[in-house]
Design a protein around this ligand. Structure first.
Ligand code: FES
Ligand code: FE
Length: 386
């Protein structure tokens, strides 16, 4: 590693509290080769939060999502369980589904030569296949992928031997909140999508994570959020609120765009969690915000080195959604935060290729914990660098 082509990152606890530490170099946000390594060694190697389970509301309902370099179909089989497959026909490789979502009755049929697959992925029919009675239909089924469900989402892993979900995804949450009980209290899996907004962000996925991990920018770009959470006006990092959250302002009634009343506290949310806001990053591509009456759940789909699709769900109790009450003030606060954050990321992306940023920038003390994220990314892709 030669000076000028890369930088060493340091864990936050290794540097003096008053120093500046380097970021990653600009090329890590613009180089397709680096992005390819991240696709291979992060998104295709780890558990990836793919779809909300309730989107698969009946057998045959499906969504297609990009995970790393692969298009993946997530569907619900006739046994009621979710299944995930590579979106590639086993005959000559046509993309099976081109729609982002939809529903089939009982099978997926390839539009090219009409090979047909059951909801369990098994090859069930193909023109003239009867003339080949010995063909092993399981061997030519769709390629199944490992999956699990947690917090009401289907998490998929493309690795042949997935890492332990408990020791990676769940441990990440425990490291930030202190326990799973802190998130279990919100009953996230039983909540209902009250609103979903998809953002097409012209920025590298790491800029979005870094932004989410710090609140140094809150005083500058989030006027509505700092009204509701006055502590953030001082530029503290949301992630510092491990276990105790950021308190609502005294005259704030609810987590809404104008601080007006929200909805009733979710059953299970503790006294300590009431009137508090928590922000959690779950690597590699999920952000969760917890407030007493709803949960805001972001999933990133990095699709290019300079482009990331972010799907954001606002989750409420079924009772709130069924009541027909106006959700707009409740949704609007974080929709504005999202727009403000993504605008900031898009402002940074073009400058990542500037000669001035070739060696990167710096992290101020309240951002030092981002250095640990950089170390994590570098370690994950290191095997591909050699
Ligand atoms: Fe799908 Fe031929 S490529 S049936
Ligand atoms: Fe922000």
């Amino acid at each position: 590693m030669t000076e000028g082509t890369s930088v060493h990152t340091q864990a936050a606890d290794e540097v003096p509290a008053d120093s500046l530490i380097p970021t990653l170099p600009g090329t890590d946000y613009t180089d397709p080769g680096t992005f390819r390594l991240e696709q291979e060694h992060i998104f295709e190697a780890q558990w990836f939060c793919a779809v909300r389970s309730s989107d698969l509301d009946k057998p045959g309902a499906f969504r297609t999502v990009q995970i790393g370099r692969e298009s993946v179909i997530v569907t619900r089989a006739r046994d009621g369980k979710p299944r995930a497959f590579l979106n590639v026909c086993r005959h000559r490789g046509a993309r099976l589904c081109t729609e982002e979502s939809g529903a089939v009755k009982r099978s997926f049929q390839c539009p090219y030569h009409a090979w047909t697959y059951g909801l369990d992925g098994k090859l069930i029919a193909a023109p003239n296949l009867t003339s080949m009675p010995d063909i092993d239909r399981t061997a030519y089924g769709l390629q199944p992928l490992n999956l699990t469900e947690w917090l009401g989402y289907v998490w998929v892993c493309l690795a042949d031997t997935p890492p332990s979900f408990e020791e990676t995804v769940v441990a990440d949450v425990v490291a930030r909140l202190g326990s799973t009980e802190a998130i279990d209290n919100y009953g996230v899996d039983g909540l209902t999508v009250g609103k979903r907004i998809t953002y097409d962000v012209k920025a590298n996925w790491k800029l979005i994570i870094e932004n989410f991990m710090e609140c140094y920018h809150c005083a500058t770009i989030h006027p509505e959020l700092t009204e509701v959470l006055p502590e953030f006006a001082d530029g503290y990092a949301a992630q510092f609120y491990v276990g105790h959250g950021a308190a609502f302002g005294e005259d704030v009634e609810g987590f809404t765009v104008d601080g007006s009343e929200g909805f009733g506290r979710i059953d299970g949310v503790s006294e300590e969690q009431d009137r508090s806001y928590y922000a959690i990053t779950v690597r590699p591509q999920v952000f969760v915000n917890l407030v007493p009456d709803h949960v805001i759940f972001h999933r990133m789909y990095p699709v290019a080195v300079d482009r990331t699709i972010v799907e954001c769900d606002w989750l409420y109790t079924q009772e709130v959604v069924d009541s027909g009450k106006d959700l707009s003030r409740s949704v609007e606060i974080f929709h504005r935060v999202n727009q403000q954050d993504f605008d900031a990321c898009e402002r940074c992306q073009p400058a990542m290729s500037s000669r001035q940023y070739a060696r990167g920038g710096v992290l101020v003390p309240s951002e030092h914990h981002i250095g640990e994220f950089h170390t994590w990314v570098e370690a994950a892709i290191a095997p591909g660098r050699t």
